[in-house]
Design a protein around this ligand. Structure first.
Ligand code: PBE
Length: 298
């Protein structure tokens, strides 16, 4: 039922969706059914290794009305292209989406209600370290533990980074928010070049947080190295002590399965950002408001 679509196949997949739409046009079906036939009963997803893809799979199993629906896994870039094309043509589309994300600034979109909370209610983004970091690097751990910001801060960097290199977007935010940053470092002694390995994930939201934490620690005398990897590699690396810290896990749902697997070998310093959201997202012009409004494919 779940079909993996590699990134290069996105254009082809789009073409076959369009062909399918022409081939299945049924004038006796209601307008609404036509709309979902046009989508080939397929949700446009992102990377197979992402937490949101896990949640989308759970969603397909949780909601009876999603019987016969498929998740087309691809990449965040591929999903963006399909979303843009659908919106240009005012065609129906359902994507797996999350906030903060700049798509909410450039398009009129809505996150469908999720009464079964299969994507989790509002999530928190957490700070985590390897076991023993606090003993080895108490000062860096103190800063990581103090790190706390809002969805608007992250969104500001993600948006600015559409027109600027990420380094610059993060640096501008950092320069403009010194008061907040100083709360994280207040009273913590400067380092004389101790090395610290941060590990992050390849999405804009995570690029933003990793860049900010990197600037904070560098400015406090640490020598910071940032690696960006898929969630499964990230949790494994932290659990095995191959990386020192991360500011990226979305909990309790998006990366919940990884915490079940690796949580005993990782230190959770708690949330650094409240109220992140992930779910099924549609353009405003689609006449549905809840996952439960999606008709089954039967
Ligand atoms: N995301 C962005 C990631 C984490 C942050 C929601 C696409 C994921 O699903 O793993």
């Amino acid at each position: 039922m779940i079909k993996a679509t590699p990134m290069k196949a996105v254009t082809l997949a789009t073409a076959s969706l369009l062909l399918a739409a022409c081939g299945t046009d049924d004038s006796t079906a209601s307008e609404d059914t036509n709309m979902f036939e046009e989508m080939d009963y397929t949700i446009t997803g992102v990377e197979p290794g992402s937490g949101i893809t896990e949640s989308a799979r759970t969603t397909l199993e949780t909601y009876d009305n999603l019987d016969g629906w498929e998740l087309q896994e691809s990449s965040t870039g591929g999903m963006m292209v399909e979303l843009q094309q659908a919106i240009e043509n005012e065609e129906p589309i359902i994507i797996t989406g999350w906030q903060p994300h700049h798509i909410f600034e450039i398009y009129d979109l809505k996150i469908l209600d999720d009464p079964q909370e299969s994507f989790g209610a509002a999530e928190n983004i957490h700070t985590m370290t390897r076991m023993g970091l606090e003993e080895d690097m108490p000062d860096a751990t103190a800063i990581l533990d103090n790190f706390s910001w809002e969805i608007e801060d992250m969104q500001q960097i993600v948006l600015a980074a559409q027109d600027l290199p990420f380094e610059e977007a993060a640096q501008n935010w950092y320069d403009d928010n010194q008061e907040l940053v100083s709360e994280w470092t207040d009273g913590v002694p400067e380092s004389d070049g101790q090395e610290i390995d941060l590990i992050s994930m390849p999405w804009d939201t995570e690029r933003a947080s990793a860049h900010v934490m990197s600037l904070v620690l560098e400015d406090h005398g640490f020598d910071v190295n940032v690696t960006s990897v898929d969630p499964s590699v990230l949790f494994q690396a932290l659990a095995q002590g191959e990386a020192d810290a991360t500011v990226t896990p979305w909990l309790p749902t998006t990366h919940g399965a990884f915490i079940e697997e690796y949580g005993d070998d990782i230190v959770d310093l708690g949330p650094n950002l409240p109220d992140a959201i992930s779910g099924l997202v549609v353009p405003e012009y689609m006449d549905i408001d809840s996952i439960e409004d999606i008709p089954a494919n039967n």
